[in-house]
Write a protein that binds this ligand. Sequence first.
Ligand SMILES: Cc1cc2nc3c(=O)[nH]c(=O)nc-3n(C[C@H](O)[C@H](O)[C@H](O)COP(=O)(O)OP(=O)(O)OC[C@H]3O[C@@H](n4cnc5c(N)ncnc54)[C@H](O)[C@@H]3O)c2cc1C
Length: 297
Amino acid sequence: MNIDNLKSSYTNYLKLNKNLSSFTWFGVGGSAEMLFLPDNIDRAISFIKDKPSELKIFVIGAGSNVLIRDNGIPGVSITTKKLNKLSIDINGIITAEAGALDINVARFAREHERTGLEFLVGIPGTIGGGIRMNSGAFGSEFKEILIDVKAINNSGIIKIFKSEELGMKYRNIDICDEWFFYSARLKTSKGIKSRIHNKMKDIIELRKKAQPTGVKTGGSTFMNTSNYKAWQLIDKAGCRGLKLGDAKVSEKHCNFIINTKKSSASEIENLGELIRKKVLESSGIKLNWEIKKVGIK
Ligand SMILES: Cc1cc2nc3c(=O)[nH]c(=O)nc-3n(C[C@H](O)[C@H](O)[C@H](O)COP(=O)(O)OP(=O)(O)OC[C@H]3O[C@@H](n4cnc5c(N)ncnc54)[C@H](O)[C@@H]3O)c2cc1C
């Protein structure tokens, strides 16, 4: 289908030049040339199959790990907001659509007296974003809970990836960005509801103590490695509380950058680069961005 036909066939689900700031936790960024808002998985699949393969897609989950640049994203952006169905089978395997929020999946497992997904309560993303980032917290990560995931690529080819095939590693996977993960199967074990509940409560409490809450942020800005914790290097470089315009390094957790008022994406990115420079000078280490920076500067 050419672009004009695509636009008229999916007119109810497509927005042109749609500003994306409200789709991200940072609350910054430019517009999507086209934003596709599918109301169900079948529509998402048919759209991806119908679109010209040279038209690239960018998937936005909860937007808790992305910095969308000020001049926006060319091509099609897809939001998984409405793809959030959950089900469980007799073996306790939970099937979650890509846009299901991690916190809702954790609660769903608790309601069904299934354990193993409690750590999801503290990650403010979606299942699709969690797989892409191999997100984790409190000693658990997606790699351990994922059985397999259904995906479609930019050319409309559908494939089921087993967890082992994704090459899941610390906050990354080996599969390239052109795959849209749309439905995942997660493993759980039989648990006791009150214990699951208490574990989730403890995680929430610990988060509140360690991280800034109720602020516009992208979570951890830079990756840790087995040799260092990014926050320690940032602290040593004297960056705690450092400001650039309305972008600020959190005083509470200095691997978090906060949009304090009306920061632009470039202020946030430039503050990140300033931190990298100062850390390189003070420790000789080049920090790697964990946050995904997308779009045009
Ligand atoms: C306050 C705060 C606390 C955080 N704490 C943690 C933590 O403890 N542990 C941790 O690991 N992370 C943490 N994060 C980061 C973030 O929440 C996770 O990386 C999360 O899993 C991202 O999910 P998302 O849906 O928001 O993805 P997005 O930010 O929307 O996208 C992230 C990447 O995933 C891709 N993506 C999203 N959905 C799909 C899909 N369906 N198919 C293919 N690709 C997709 C996007 O294209 C992008 O490249 C935190 C962030 C914040 C703001």
